[in-house]
Design a protein around this ligand. Structure first.
Ligand code: CA
Length: 227
């Protein structure tokens, strides 16, 4: 089933590439070359997903995200350069759902769109007390975790980390978002605690960070549960 996707990108070649790739996946595309055009299309056309370049000629992409988030829950996927990790973190914490690093493949684009469409429904895990994936079973009502049929015993913090990640499966969560979710506060200065708990959780899930079965590290940004 095709979605209506708004592409806000000033570089014509990338815009065309996105349009061709998205139409190839069966979606319809609205193209905008500036933040202003994008905003107008957002209001007039109500797209299902927005793909937003952070470097636009008329406005800072971060401001565009903050504006959209004041009145819309439409998933936003930002486009950013490889060496702009802090921009990506800022975009995610401003309310963007995910990012694509330029240059990206049509395969990566398809994967991000798929996750964004699923999260758009806003019903991930709703009415699903048991999560199952690749040998992992998390029973959210019984707070029980098994791996390949064997009981796993996460600490309360590890359990919170695991359930936060699976609730957003496929989507990147920043260190700050995870810290806030787990400890109820935002502490971007130190991710050491989070790193240690993630390491312990991975050990319990027999998950190799170099060949992840469940938890993917997004360097300089955060973690993503594999789908
Ligand atoms: Ca640009």
């Amino acid at each position: 089933l095709g979605a209506l996707i708004l592409v806000i990108e000033d570089e014509r070649e990338i815009r065309r590439y996105l349009t061709v790739a998205l139409e190839g996946l069966g979606h319809s595309v609205i193209e905008a070359a500036t933040a202003r055009e994008g905003q107008q299309a957002m209001i007039a056309r109500r797209p299902d997903i927005v793909i937003l370049d952070l470097g636009l000629p008329d406005r800072d992409g971060q401001d565009v995200i903050r504006d959209f988030r004041e009145w819309s829950h439409t998933p936003i996927i930002v486009l950013s350069a490889r060496d702009r990790e802090t921009d990506k973190v800022e975009a995610l914490e401003n309310g963007a759902d995910d990012y694509l690093t330029k240059p990206f493949s049509a395969l990566e684009l398809a994967a991000r769109i798929k996750v964004a469409l699923r999260h758009r429904a806003g019903s991930e895990m709703a009415g699903e007390p048991v999560f199952r994936q690749d040998g992992l079973m998390v029973d959210l009502s019984a707070r029980a975790v098994t791996l390949d049929g064997e009981a796993v015993h996460p600490t309360p913090i590890e359990y919170k980390l695991l359930t936060t990640l699976i609730r957003h499966a496929g989507k990147v969560l920043t260190h700050g978002q995870l810290t806030k979710e787990i400890w109820g506060r935002h502490s971007p200065d130190s991710n050491q605690g989070l790193r240690i708990h993630t390491q312990h959780l991975r050990e319990k899930l027999k998950d190799d960070p170099l060949a992840p079965r469940f938890i993917i590290t997004e360097p300089g940004i955060g973690y993503r549960f594999k789908v």
